[in-house]
Design a protein around this ligand. Structure first.
Ligand code: OSB
Ligand code: MG
Length: 369
């Protein structure tokens, strides 16, 4: 039985080692919330909000998450008896959307549940892989030469799947050069909604580069135009931004809008919903992979655990901590060797929280009882 008695929310700022540019903007600092939940026995669980400082990727921000948590979600959880973390999804069901806020608290409760049942989070979720294969996502660069050098370095360190961000003006020539330079590696592109159906001819040109998939080419709230586009291009479409739930997944799959799903725990409102999407996709021959939101080690640990489920057959975006941070807030940090992460076997999220590092990066903190 879990009965949450105290919750602490910290706003944390961590400098990225290098700016990360997508079609919608550039990140230099990660400004985000971390949530610590403590139950009646003193068991401590951790969750991370993947909402960014600005509403570019979706409508949520760290401030809207804080508001939702403080005024709506935390009051629904404090002093309530919870037998299994799947109940949290039910408890939150009358609150529309705000999935990243929900996921922050739900993730901490999953961590507590795993500890109290003496399992790793991966085991608690039903995962069985001992190691997971990951790729890396590379932002838009100043020149194609620069990008080629970066890709060369990542391939040399063992990453076997390279994802590159694209946008109008940084697409066909970029992908052509990459494919010519690296004929044998797995390459994919992520447009973060930068195109419309007016760009079908351009998107068709990408078919010659044998890409694993193109991620979210069209509008962030669309599943209709993606179905139209998929009929005209060979490259499989993978939806990211458009998928917020199992229901969204079912509709997109039935319409033919997507052949692969990027599951992000925050975007779908937590691990319970992520598992449901995983199970539906497994039953419908839709491969899935775990997306990334430039997470700190806490979010990264949750991603590693989720990826141990069997239908995560494609490498995800959970690259090693050192790709993003000089110093992470977990110990040990997430390490990628030859393109794989060893799944930790310790109970809970599997990594220790580095409280000193958290203190160093915290700019604001509030407690709830
Ligand atoms: O669309 O997957 C995305 C980063 C920020 C916002 C959206 C996305 C991304 C990434 C990087 O692609 C994923 C990562 O390395 O964590
Ligand atoms: Mg994406």
């Amino acid at each position: 039985m879990i009965n949450i008695k105290e919750i602490n929310i910290r706003r944390i700022q961590m400098e990225l080692k290098a700016p990360f540019t997508t079609s919608f903007g550039t990140f230099t600092t990660k400004d985000f919330l971390v949530l610590e939940a403590i139950d009646q026995d003193g068991t401590v669980g951790w969750g991370e909000s993947v909402a960014f400082h600005s509403p570019w990727y979706n409508e949520e921000t760290l401030q809207t998450n804080w508001h939702m948590l403080e005024d709506f979600l935390i009051p629904l959880i404090l002093n309530k008896e919870i037998k299994h973390p799947d109940e949290v999804n039910e408890i939150f069901k009358d609150i529309r959307q705000n999935n990243m806020a929900k996921s922050t608290l739900e993730g901490a409760i999953w961590d507590i549940y795993a500890q109290k049942t003496e399992q790793s989070l991966a085991q608690a979720l039903g995962g069985s892989k001992e190691k997971i294969e990951v790729g890396i996502s590379i932002g838009i660069q100043d020149s194609i030469d620069q990008l080629v050098e970066i890709v060369r370095n990542h391939v040399a360190t063992g990453y076997k799947r390279i994802k590159v961000k694209i946008k109008p003006g940084w697409d066909v020539e970029v992908m052509r050069t990459l494919r010519e330079t690296f004929p044998d590696i797995q390459i994919m592109a992520d447009a973060n909604s930068a195109y419309t159906l007016d760009d079908v001819d351009l998107l068709k040109q990408l078919d010659e580069f044998d890409l694993m998939m193109i991620e979210q080419p069209l509008a962030s709230d669309d599943i209709i135009d993606h179905a139209t586009l998929q009929k005209q291009i060979k490259t499989p479409i993978c939806l990211d931004e458009s998928i917020h739930s199992l229901e969204d997944t079912r509709k997109a799959v039935e319409l033919g809008s997507t052949k692969i799903i990027n599951i992000k725990i925050g975007r779908v409102g937590g691990l319970t919903e992520a598992k449901k999407i995983h199970d539906y996709c497994a039953a419908n021959d839709i491969p899935v992979w775990c997306g990334g939101m430039l997470e700190s080690g806490i979010g990264r640990a949750h991603n590693v655990a989720l990826t141990t489920l069997s239908n995560f057959t494609l490498p995800g975006d959970t690259a090693g901590s050192s790709n993003y941070w000089e110093k992470d807030i977990i110990k040990p940090e997430v390490v990628v060797e030859d393109g794989y992460i060893q799944v930790p076997t310790k109970v809970g999220i599997g990594y220790d929280i580095d409280l000193d590092a958290i203190e160093e990066f915290t700019v604001e903190k509030r407690s709830y009882q």
